[in-house]
Design a protein around this ligand. Structure first.
Ligand code: PLP
Length: 381
């Protein structure tokens, strides 16, 4: 038999979401009529905006006509029209990136998981804890050693790979310019590289928080940015994202080579739909959706403030991260919230050791369900 990649044996069982669905399943079997509200979901609920749907449909029509049909995309790293649109978007908030530095992909999960391919196995990996689990698991699959750091106040180890996510999943915290500059300076001093996941950048509302790491001086010397239209524009099922690698970094050509070998690009209709996200009409329409989720986040944070519960997030993020009431651990609070209020959230411990005793709620449910869930939270405390 062919030998397996034994690094996979070092992965922890992903018991978080499996355990959540087991507990919810048992609850629903015992209480089939319970009015369950799911506030743990990281998926969006609002549909694609009309500008996007229209552009996608038009592109599909083109694919059915001989003269406008398109097969494989030459470069596999995205059509010029979309890379130019992304570059223009960056420019709109003050980050200068050229279209040639952008690689269009099917999303930030693949890119943040695959980027490790271009780095040596003995590259030490630093992950901010708590974190989106993909950074840890994909590094382990590649045989890399992972250590953990707090969100701020760490020094980059020599020649390391540092995964940052801002606004962060699950805590909803976003770096300020100053905090990020410190990490960038530390990375440059240590010859480290930052993989910066900006999947939630569109939720940033505060002026002292950069939307891109490339808004921070020095980042071009040490950073790769991964981004996604999933949460920005409801593309979780449509699939499109992008990765930016400055041309002066040797990683640019390695990633280009890696993608040319293992990836054949994103479909033409999806790239046209993605282009529409960056049109004036598309931007107006997605802002309305983002405002809807932000209102939900505010309903959650207002309730936590009223209850005197410590929390982060909800301002620059669809995630609200709060300390479990009465010093409960994450799973005890999960059970209480499920059984007494019929609300499902996500136990913080599933995102890392620092998440123990914390809990994540998302703003992606409906306004009515969010209001009802918060009413129930108040009633059980
Ligand atoms: N990065 C972070 C931090 C996320 O939370 C998620 C999804 O929840 C992703 C990336 C995945 O993005 P995509 O849908 O583009 O693969």
């Amino acid at each position: 038999m062919a030998k397996i990649n034994e690094n996979f044996l070092n992965l922890k069982q992903n018991y978080l979401f499996a355990e959540i669905s087991k507990r919810v399943g048992e609850f629903v079997t015992a209480n089939p009529n319970a009015p369950l509200i799911r506030m743990g979901i990281g998926d969006v609920t609002l549909p694609l905006v009309p500008a996007v749907v229209e552009a996608g449909k038009k592109a599909f029509d083109e694919m059915g006509v001989k003269e406008t049909f398109r097969g494989y995309e030459d470069s596999g790293r995205g059509y010029d029209f979309l890379r130019n649109a992304v570059a223009g978007y960056y420019k709109s908030f003050g980050a200068t990136i050229s279209a040639d530095e952008i690689f269009i992909s099917d999303g930030a999960k693949s890119d943040s998981g695959n980027i490790g391919d271009i780095f040596a196995q003995d590259c030490p990996v630093i992950v901010v804890d708590p974190a989106y689990p993909v950074y840890v698991d994909s590094s382990i699959m590649g045989g890399k050693q992972v250590s953990f750091a707090d969100f701020v106040g760490f020094t980059a180890p020599k020649n390391s790979l540092i995964y940052l996510c801002s606004p962060n999943n699950p805590t909803g915290d976003a770096y300020t310019y100053d905090q990020l500059k410190q990490i960038v300076d530390s990375a440059i001093a240590s010859n480290a590289v930052i993989i910066y996941d900006a999947a939630y950048e569109a939720f940033i509302t505060e002026d002292d928080k950069p939307r891109s790491i490339f808004m921070v001086e020095g980042a071009r010397q040490c950073a790769i940015e991964v981004c996604s239209l999933s949460k920005t524009a409801g593309f979780t099922g449509t699939r499109c994202g992008y990765t930016v690698i400055p041309q002066e970094l040797e990683y640019h050509n390695l990633w280009r080579r890696r993608q040319a070998t293992k990836f054949n690009g994103v479909s033409y209709p999806v790239q046209r739909a993605a282009e529409a996200v960056f049109s004036p009409e598309g931007q107006k329409q997605i802002q309305a959706n983002l405002a809807y989720y932000k209102t939900n986040a505010q309903i959650i944070t207002n309730t936590l403030t009223e209850l005197g519960i410590e929390f982060t997030g909800g301002i620059n993020s669809p995630y609200v991260w709060f300390k479990c009431p009465n010093n409960m651990d994450s799973w005890d609070f999960f059970d209480l919230f499920l059984n007494k209020a019929n609300v499902v959230g996500t136990p913080g411990v599933g995102f890392g050791k620092n998440g123990d005793g914390w809990f994540r709620l998302t703003a992606f449910n409906t306004l009515e369900n969010t209001q009802e869930a918060m009413k129930r939270l108040k009633s059980i405390l």
